[in-house]
Design a protein around this ligand. Structure first.
Ligand SMILES: NC(=O)c1ccc[n+]([C@@H]2O[C@H](COP(=O)([O-])OP(=O)(O)OC[C@H]3O[C@@H](n4cnc5c(N)ncnc54)[C@H](OP(=O)(O)O)[C@@H]3O)[C@@H](O)[C@H]2O)c1
Length: 296
């Protein structure tokens, strides 16, 4: 008889995310073990508990999910978990702190329905947050040119430097300030895609500003809290055509995000030793879209 599928939820917050717990159950796991307020230095002992309790042949029935609102600490937990394991005692690990990875993958895949990513150009507004950084990273890895915008050019440059340190090609990344009208206009005019990744309830682009983007094929706003991030793009928009563009709001992207999140949890149990972050979620999302696309 095969062993139960157990997911360990390591969360950086004082209460492990209810949202992540419910998605995990919906993804078909058998048991969820929740650990809250997890610190990077505590990961090794927790992971040892997962590595040595079942034989290597059953380690595909144990996996780790890393979440919580502190994305920087979450990434440390993720790295520490991977670094703790060695062959053949590996379990699969996934990271989706505050939904940042699955949201970014879903946003880029939504844009890719309308734009050939390779060789195109994108403007990422509020690129300094967890979601914006991942959108920028995925786009650059898909061979897009990416303008990373922030209220502070120092912060957007820090993000560029961090992405370059992660192996992203520097030639594809440009840091700009949203307060610099010349560069903001240039970026909008050059871009086929704009992604608004600002904090909840923050408008980043007016209707007038959006109209400046004459070559825009896609506008995606990930903020679900009024006022929305892009004036004129609706919360529920899912590929709504306006002015030659396809518009997506946060809930329009949210359906694919949920599917990617759930499928990623399920994928953890396909084999042991998988690691799933935003790049792997792109592959998982592409498979979901391919399955849903009718064959003519
Ligand atoms: N649909 C989903 O499932 C889902 C999942 C996760 C997140 N989200 C949404 O995606 C968006 C991005 O998430 P996140 O966690 O990356 O956001 P975040 O960290 O809260 O904020 C992102 C950026 O917004 C900018 N910002 C903050 N306050 C601002 C203000 N008053 N005026 C102008 N800019 C401001 C900041 O950039 P600078 O300081 O550098 O300008 C910040 O780095 C949020 O709206 C979030 O709710 C949706």
């Amino acid at each position: 008889m095969s062993k139960k599928r157990i997911l360990l939820q390591f969360d950086t917050d004082s209460h492990a995310s209810v949202f992540d717990a419910i998605v995990a159950m919906d993804a078909g796991i058998d048991r969820l073990l929740q650990y809250s307020n997890v610190k990077p230095e505590q990961v090794r002992d927790l992971v040892h508990g997962a590595m040595y309790t079942r034989g290597p042949q059953d380690l595909n029935r144990t996996a780790i999910f890393i979440g919580g609102s502190n994305v920087v600490h979450g990434e440390q937990l993720y790295r520490n978990a991977i670094d703790t394991m060695f062959d053949p005692f590996r379990v699969s690990v996934m990271i989706d702190c505050n939904g940042s990875n699955s949201t970014a993958a879903a946003a880029v895949l939504s844009a890719a329905r309308h734009v050939n990513l390779e060789g195109s150009c994108a403007l990422v507004l509020a690129a300094t947050g967890p979601v914006g950084q991942r959108v920028a990273k995925i786009l650059a890895n898909e061979k897009c040119k990416v303008y990373l915008s922030s209220r502070s050019v120092e912060r957007s440059q820090e993000c560029v430097d961090a992405l370059v340190a992660q192996g992203v090609a520097s030639s594809r990344l440009a840091a700009i300030s949203s307060n610099d009208e010349v560069w903001s206009s240039k970026a909008l005019e050059e871009s086929q895609m704009v992604f608004a990744c600002g904090a909840a309830g923050v408008k980043l682009l007016t209707a007038e500003g959006l109209a400046q983007g004459k070559g825009l094929k896609v506008a995606i706003d990930l903020n679900a809290v009024p006022p929305l991030g892009i004036e004129g793009v609706g919360l529920m928009d899912k590929g709504v055509e306006r002015e030659g563009r396809f518009d997506y709001g946060a809930l329009g992207v949210g359906g694919l995000k949920m599917k990617i999140h759930k499928a990623s949890v399920a994928a953890l149990f396909e084999t042991n030793g998988k690691t799933i972050d935003c790049q792997e979620m792109m592959g998982i999302g592409r498979d979901i879209i391919a399955r849903e696309t009718p064959v003519l």
